[in-house]
Structure formats: structure tokens, C-alpha cells
Design a protein around this ligand. Sequence first.
Ligand code: TRP
Length: 461
Amino acid sequence: MATIPQDEGRGNFGSLIGFVMAGAGSAIGLGNIWRFPYMTGESGGAAFLLVYLGFVALIGVPVLYAELAMGRASQRNPVGAFAVLGPKGNNPWAWVGGLGVVTGFAILAFYSVVAGWTLGYVAMAVSGQFSGGVTPEESGNLFGGLVSNPLLASGLTALFLVLTALVVRGGVQKGIERATSILMPVFLVLLVLLAIRSVTLPGALQGVEFLFLPDFSKITHIVVVKALGQALFSLSLGMGAMITYGSYLDRKSSLPFAGATVALFDTAIAVLAGLIIFPALFSAGVDPSGGAGLVFVVMPTIFEAMPLGDVFAVAFYVLLATAALTSTVSLLEVIVSYLVDERGMSRETAVWATTAACLVLAIPSALAQGAVGFFSSLPGLEISFLDLQNNLWGNYSLSIGALLMCLFTGWVWGVQPALEEMEASGDGLPLGGLWGFLVRVVCPLAIAGLLVYITVTGDFF
Ligand code: TRP
């Protein structure tokens, strides 16, 4: 296939470092700081971490390379990428891209609810609500008060969606690259400081053991499925975000290097988040399987044990909100680039139409933490609407997407053209042959096996 030239007007990232920052900005977010710790806490600690790390290496990284290569080779959004790289004519693979766009939309809808909470926490930190220290009970009450207030929870969700829309409206380079290249490094430094504080709290050792000493009896099938979902979710895979970002990566820049850096940063930040949450949690005597509110309840108990605790609190929530924003931007960008490229919509219309529709789907999740009983515990499922969305789209749909992308890259588009695209800058992909075997055989079999198992056993949540 002839190489598709890169169009200057498409808006490439200015530099390799700009891409890495934006890619890491997409990957690093609530997935690392909110979702990873609570899933780890619910699923047995170190055993979950181990399976998670295995999946990042064996499935996450290969799929990341497949997505980046598809994007750069096709110069398109996910739907367009499958159309351009697949067989000519009536090409059913375009539906995989379509599933990705729908999945991104649904993820954005529950993600922005949690992101809205981070804005609420910025306000709480600024107004000194954590000053003088809070007990876990007080912290739990503050969390409950925020998330069970229907107007506040929905309003903050709407606010976060509007912030996302404003960034995406500004276009890729101006909007995304500038903000992330400054704030991400600051966030990393802050997290390291918080981890140091956390592991030196009294009784912290238990938390370190919980995170690093595996109890293998905790590994059940559903734990394995959640670990796979989390690996994909955290790296922003399985719905085409990295296809879209790959399309903005300059051919002169090294794709293998960019991918490796994003994966390393993302994984390091998740482990760092674990090192902040679990030692502090055991030190304060909080239950690790506390669910979706875990991080929000545990964090305020740490700040007062630090010099300048109030400053740390504000900085932490501002940076967490920013990390969430660079992730929601990547989700909205996929949908918008599809509507602009394939449906001929103007960027402005696409942004606001998507944002409005997304808010409608987000409201039930915003009301699912006590505000409305029905959404907080769905009849027959006994989980909240937020948990349902999180599992359905964030675990299953991403797994299906990743499976189909592997099959497409490995068997339809082809390992050879994909490798050529990855190596276009002159930098080779180390173990390129192994990568081919992973996307053709290992990843599809592993993912399909898991999906079949849970479908047969009905062992879903
Ligand atoms: N990876 C992000 C996080 O960890 C969330 C995210 C952004 C995402 N874009 C995505 C998840 C695309 C799945 C697919 O917070």
C-alpha cells in the first residue's frame, strides 16, 4: 500500500516530546489514581497488580503499537482507519471503529462524573475543609455529602464536560499539547512526594505488603477480567484513542520510542498511586475494598500529616483534575474527529452536540452515589449505574475492541505493513517478530478465552 502523506493542516504534534506528553496525558488520569487503586483494593491487592502488570506487557503494549501504527498509516480517526487499511468496498471492519466511537462516548459519560468530583475536591481543599486533619469517618462524610447531592454532582459533571469541550474546540496542538507538557511533570513530582509521606506513616508497612506481597488464592476469573480491562483502560486502548493520536504523530518521530515512553509513564504512575493510597489506607484503618469512593476518602487523611498540608491538598486536586482533563480531551477528540472527518460536521458543531448528548448519559451516573436510590443500586444487579457503565464499557467493550483490533492488524491489514509504519522514522521496533506473534495469536486467544469464559459462566461483575 502506498504511504498516505501527512497533511500539514491536520495538526500534527509539534515534536516527539509533544506527542509523548499528549499520549501520556491521555493515558494518565483517573484510571491511574482513582480506578487502579479501587480495583486493586477490591481484587486482593498484590495478586491483582501482578496480573495487571502481566497484561500491560503482554496485551497492552502490543495493542498500543497496533493502534499507533494504524493511526499514523491511515491518517484517520478509528472508523476511517479501518476503512482505509481494510479491504476495499463494503468493509465490515469499519464497524469496529464505530464500536470504538460509541465506547468512547459511554466512557466519557461516566468518567466526567468522577472528574466532576475532583473539581468539588478542589473547592473543598481551597476552602480549607481538610485543614487540621480529618478522620476517615469525617472524610467519608465529606465524600458522601458531595456525591449524594444531586444538583452538585450533576453540575460538576456538566462543568467538567464543558471544560473538555473548550479544550477540544481549540484543536489538537494548541489545546492539548501546551497544557500537558507543563502540568504532567509537576504532577509526577507531587505524587513522588505524597508516596514518600504515605509510606512513612505509622503502620504503613501493611499497605506496602498488601500492594506487593501476592496472595495467589485471590486470583479468580473475574479478577483476571478486571485486570485486563484495567490494563486497556489505563493505556487508553481498545476504542481508538491511540489510533487518533497516532494519526497526529509525525513520521519523522520514533513510534516505538513514543509508545514505550507512554506505557512506562502510565504504569509507573499507577504503581505510585498504589504506593500513596494503600499505606495511608492501612495507617488510617480504612477498608481497602471500599469501592469507587476509595481514593476520595483516603487522600484527605494524608495531607495534614505533611508540612504545608493545605497547599499539597490544593495542588493534588488541581493536578488530578488536570490529568483527568487531558484524558477526557482524548475521549472527546476521538468522537469529534470522527464526526468532522467522516460526517463532514464542523468542529464547533461536533464538539457541542457530543457534549450535550454525553451529559444526558452522564446524569444517571452522577446520581448513582446515593442521590437517587434506583441508580445507586440497580434492581437485580445490586450495583450502581456508574459501576455498571464502568464495567460494561471500561472492561468488556474495551476488551472486545482490543480483540478485534489485534485480529485486524495481525490478519487483515498485516504485520508487515504495520511494522513498516512503526519503523518509518528509521528506529526499529525491538522484538518486532514477537510483536507480530502477540497480535496475531496470543492477544486474540487470551482475550477471547476470557470473554467466552465470563459469558458462559455469567460471572460478570
Ligand atoms: N486512560 C485514561 C485514564 O487512565 C482514560 C482514557 C482516556 C481512556 N482515553 C481513553 C480509557 C480511551 C479508554 C479508552 O484515566
